[in-house]
Design a binder for this molecule. Sequence first.
Ligand SMILES: *Cc1c(COP(=O)(O)O)cnc(C)c1O
Length: 365
Amino acid sequence: MDRFSISPNPVPTSPEQRAALTLDPRFGTVFTDHMVTLRWRAEDGWHDGRVEALAAIPFHPGNAAFHYGQQIFEGLKVFRGSDGDALLFRPRENARRMQRSAARLAMQCPPEDVFIEALEQLVLADAGWIPEGDGSLYLRPFIVADEVFLGMRAAARYLFCVIASPVGPYFSGGNRAIDVWVSETFSRAARGGTGAAKCGGNYAASLVAQVEAVERGCDQVVFLDAAESRWIEELGGMNIFFVMRDGEVITPPLGTILPGVTRDSVMTLASAAGHRVVQRRYSLEQWRSDAESGRLVETFVCGTAATIVPIGHVHHGAGRFAIATGACGPLTAKLRTDLQGIQRGRAADPHGWRHPLRLPASAVR
Ligand SMILES: *Cc1c(COP(=O)(O)O)cnc(C)c1O
């Protein structure tokens, strides 16, 4: 593929407007000045790469994406390093996961290096939007079918696009513990399904349970396995970890859950901190009895958007139980500090997770 063609936004947001917009944005509501687009068709492969002003994209109403849901996405964060670098966190993991998601939905995906270059180009174009302090720039790559037809087959054209959004904490109220609702009615994913693919359809299938959660005063839903409604899987967009009094850390195994980059990072960090980390099934029943007996001392959820967040209380069909005192536990707090230290360039990077990008002098404040 040729290099991306770059057409800077002729009317970029002024620094003053930008400062106001990024002061305390609600997650995913403010977008930067540019986007990256790239197109695929069999004859040309990936082509027509562009960095251009963020704008609406016209689609024919017969586009297959509107009808059969060929859509996948990724999410990763960029942090402002202290020495004028932008720090992307493990972008190759996202590139590889997007390839796997694409394969599952019979879609096309840019090669790893093109994916990374697309991210870098957008970060360079919108470098002034990377927040200082606790914020970060959330990158959202996605791919949709881009062919006009209503037949039942994989589309023959695709659009890859990357947009960016400056973000603060995911949950309102900052770093408080969240309450979760365990759905025993709705499943997110079944064996042989799309649970391990990052596709919008999984989210669509989870929203009705999220409505239930909100009605019960909870922040998020915990999904159980589809076969037995017994084993904890994950949340709508976050993975889950259980911390035992004896130091063991348990997380559900891969298969029907989304293989989170944060999940993988947390497993490494917890091992490095001397914990035994095991991937195994853990039931709702066991969770409740371990929480009540004190054998379980912490539970937290993790994902790029939310980072690492403790669970305070668990609501389910038959009642409710607390995780220890309902506050953030020490391992949860330590892992969050460790992860954010690496992400923000405040700590050493022993695992090579940071992907630094030198910013133009004009973008360094
Ligand atoms: C994106 C996502 C996660 C978290 O993955 P990260 O790579 O850590 O951001 C977890 N579960 C689901 C369903 C997701 O879509």
